[in-house]
Design a protein around this ligand. Structure first.
Ligand code: 8OZ
Length: 374
């Protein structure tokens, strides 16, 4: 196996990337009226510099339909106005020589009646409420609130959801994105279908591993047919407990998913290792999750997509991952606070401190005002 450097160009799917450092998807709640802004374009462009920034930027999670929203002020990709507004971001990133994909999102049960069309309950595989919170902006200010109890989707509604993903992929291309990432992680709709703790369906989309994976695979096939597998990535988080996600046998579940995805010719597979934003060795099920076995299952089935790892990576851990066969490393908090994170890692420069109070909602402070290294 040849070893890679984080700082070298590489080919992934349809793209020639400037380096192997990826800006992870990061929800920032700065899109009033669900519309991407000029300020967002500036934020992403700051992180797209060929030598200093990310080789690939993954946008914040982006809802594919009105029903897919679950947090205040997240930017959609389901209207013509949103497509036109995203153009500011894709043009600004491309002007820097960067690449950007949009992360397509349906929150499922992680939502609130205040954000749902007609004040209806959120939708889910089964009518099981999550023990989770969502971010809402009320007249008195922004904060986290319990999610609303969901209703179970009818089987006949599922083709419509697959079609919403397909339409969003088409709109992503119209908006000038280099591709898309399907958000199948962190306890949102597709992950809710995958994992037994949130899926108690008795139709062809529940029960066995094959059935629980069905909706995700239909979505992946639809978006690959729409824009080409070499412009599509997927994000999974096999053991995260985020948003009340749980499954007692994640290893066979996710190995099945990746074997089924192998023929699609994906650009990349993005794996959150452990608890999203938390412990890398978090365990669900009887044994520690074996990520090497997951990758081996994908490769044995013919999967050639780049292998992207994520969760709390330092420069040193990143190099170890690349040495043992990963192709890309995604950094989240590092890129929030350091638009020039790649340069800082390369030159071992100190990092800016993350300002937690400005993560969700607000203006330019803690968003576009993090300084470059001297
Ligand atoms: C933090 C706050 C709100 C949403 C995820 C989209 O966990 C998110 C998210 C993260 O994937």
């Amino acid at each position: 196996m040849t070893s890679h450097s984080l700082f070298e160009p590489t080919t992934v799917g349809a793209w020639r990337l400037n380096n192997r450092a990826v800006m992870a998807p990061l929800t920032r709640n700065r899109a009033p009226g669900q519309l991407p802004t000029a300020q967002m374009a500036e934020y992403y462009a700051q992180r797209a510099h060929p030598q200093h920034g990310a080789g690939l930027i993954i946008t914040e999670a982006t809802p594919i339909s009105p029903q897919a929203h679950g947090y205040a002020d997240t930017p959609g990709i389901h209207t013509d106005a949103q497509v036109a507004a995203w153009r500011q971001t894709t043009d600004a990133v491309h002007a820097q020589g960067g690449h950007i994909v949009v992360q397509l999102w349906h929150v499922g049960r992680i939502s609130h009646v205040d954000l749902q069309p007609g004040g209806q309950p959120p939708v889910a595989p089964s009518a099981i409420a999550a023990n989770a919170k969502t971010y809402l902006i009320k007249p008195e200010g922004g904060g986290f609130f319990d999610v609303s109890p969901p209703r179970a989707l009818e089987t006949h509604e599922l083709p419509g959801i697959v079609d919403d993903y397909r339409q969003a992929a088409r709109r992503a291309r119209e908006a000038g994105f280099d591709g898309i990432e399907i958000h199948a992680a962190n306890g949102y709709l597709l992950d809710q279908f995958l994992r037994s703790g949130s899926n108690q369906r008795t139709d062809a989309y529940g029960g066995s591993i094959e059935n629980r994976a069905r909706l995700l695979l239909e979505v992946m096939q639809a978006v690959c047919a729409e824009i080409g597998g070499d412009r599509v990535g997927i994000r999974i988080s096999p053991v995260t407990p985020s948003n009340d996600a749980s499954d007692s046998h994640p290893q066979p579940l996710f190995e099945h998913v990746l074997r089924q995805l192998a023929p699609l010719g994906l650009a990349y597979v993005h794996v959150v290792e452990g608890q999203t934003g938390g412990a890398r060795d978090h365990q669900q099920g009887e044994a520690p999750f074996d990520y090497a076995a997951l990758r081996a299952a994908y490769r044995a089935a013919g999967g050639q997509g780049a292998w992207m790892v994520n969760n709390g990576y330092s420069a040193e851990l990143a190099q170890q991952a690349l040495d043992s066969g990963a192709d890309l490393v995604a950094f989240g908090r590092g890129f929030i606070a350091n638009p020039d994170l790649t340069r800082r890692l390369r030159e071992a420069l100190p990092l800016n401190e993350l300002q937690r109070a400005t993560l969700y909602g607000g203006g330019t402070q803690g968003y576009t005002d993090y300084p470059l290294a001297a």
